[in-house]
Design a protein around this ligand. Structure first.
Ligand SMILES: *Cc1c(COP(=O)(O)O)cnc(C)c1O
Length: 390
């Protein structure tokens, strides 16, 4: 389906609501029945009726249909956060005694689930470097049930060959789950590449305005229906109608925002790689990126998130740089209208900083909707402030 049709028309029923261009927010918790038999049928199959908004809701339905179609998946569920989507996807597919193979450095709350929650239920995991398929082959055990991926990773942009991993896992009856937050379905479609479940934090580019937290989980109708009837209903973390409406609004401008951000990011990268205080710029669609050819093969684009390494001998230099930025905000998350920076050293004790470790000198920059020259000027003046610092 044409992406313009998906974002502007698909799954909308304007004849049912006064031909209003923007869909209504059906802000209701429950739905009334006229016949006992209809209520009975709804109890038996909540997945195909309006009963209660912890389950299905008409505003959320518009969003679900659009997001599933964008992912080229049969169906999807929208959660109140990306973390809830991750939790439901994994929980739905493990039992005591099972084993998970996950790539290293996945999102913090995926790691917390693997390391702190699942061991309480006798579910173990192995982290691997996902850049080579042999590492998956070696790590898979007879009790492995899930291969968990995040491609690209959102700090160093390490990729996995999604098609190859999906083929390997499928041959052994193992479920594949991929965190696709970095690319969005506009730039990468894991399900179309054979991945069973694709998820993303919709907080990022789908919302696009830094005002909503949400997550999407897409896959086959069978799998999504199974998750709806257990984890989705039990965790009770489905998206609320108003937040779903905000995401539908975000979708209207998704491609326009990504295009602009992609252009600006390329200009900012050019500025950074020519700056004497920058040792390296890490970005999956840069020709210097070690997995550049794989990135070009499985991604249609990359947008605002990049990492650069500052040349310095101590942590104060990085702190001064970040605190000198006048317009680029220091905050977590990304995908909104505003540019952001977050230094790796904020995630460690000050005394642990070791300038000989490249990772410690990394800064993650998110390029938002501002003009390139405006951002370059802000970066330039912050670099001037560290001119004299070692
Ligand atoms: C933000 C993020 C998440 C979590 O999403 P929330 O909406 O914050 O719960 C998961 N994965 C990646 C890669 C993220 O950047």
């Amino acid at each position: 389906m044409d992406v313009s049709f998906l974002l502007n028309e698909y799954a909308e029923h304007r004849d049912e609501y006064f031909r209003a261009v923007a869909p209504p927010i059906i802000q209701t918790s429950n739905f009334a029945f006229k016949k006992v038999d209809d209520l009975r049928k709804s109890f038996e199959d909540e997945y195909s009726t309006w009963l209660y908004s912890r389950g299905l809701n008409p505003t959320v339905e518009i969003l679900r249909k659009k997001l599933a179609a964008l992912d080229e998946a049969e169906d999807c569920l929208v959660f109140n956060s990306g973390a809830a989507a991750i939790f439901a996807a994994v929980l739905a597919n493990v039992k005591s005694g099972d084993h998970i193979v996950s790539v290293t450095g996945v999102y913090t709350w995926a790691r917390k689930m693997f390391e702190e929650i699942l061991p309480r239920f006798n579910v173990t995991h192995t982290y691997i470097d996902g850049t080579s398929i042999e590492n998956f082959e070696k790590a898979i055990q007879p009790n492995t049930v899930i291969v968990y991926l995040e491609s690209p990773n959102s700090w160093n942009y390490a990729l996995q060959d999604l098609k190859a991993v999906a083929t390997l896992a499928r041959s052994k009856g193992i479920i594949t789950i991929c965190d696709n937050s970095y690319c969005t379905p506009i730039y990468q479609k894991p399900v179309a590449l054979g991945i069973d479940l694709s998820l993303q934090s919709a907080t990022k580019y789908i919302s696009g305005h830094s005002d909503t937290v949400a997550g999407v989980l897409s896959g086959s109708k069978k799998m999504i229906e199974k998750i709806f009837n257990s984890e989705y209903m039990n965790i009770g973390s489905g998206i609320q109608p108003f937040n779903a409406w905000l995401l539908i609004r975000g979708l209207r401008t998704l491609t326009a925002r990504l295009e602009k951000i992609t252009r600006t990011t390329n200009a900012v990268i050019e500025f950074l790689e020519n700056h004497p205080r920058v040792e390296e710029v890490i970005f999956p669609l840069h020709p210097s990126f070690p997995q550049y050819s794989l990135a070009k093969q499985q991604m249609n684009g990359a947008c605002g998130l990049l990492t650069f390494v500052i040349k310095c001998n101590n942590v104060e230099t990085i702190e001064t740089f970040c605190e000198s930025l006048q317009h680029i905000l220091m905050a977590v998350s990304w995908g909104g209208y505003e540019s952001l920076v977050i230094p790796r050293c904020a995630g460690m004790k000050r005394a642990e900083f070791n300038a000989s470790e490249k990772e410690h000198r990394m800064l993650r920059l998110y390029v938002g909707l501002e003009e390139a020259a405006y951002l370059q000027a802000d970066l330039h003046q912050a670099f001037e402030k560290i001119n004299h610092l070692p």
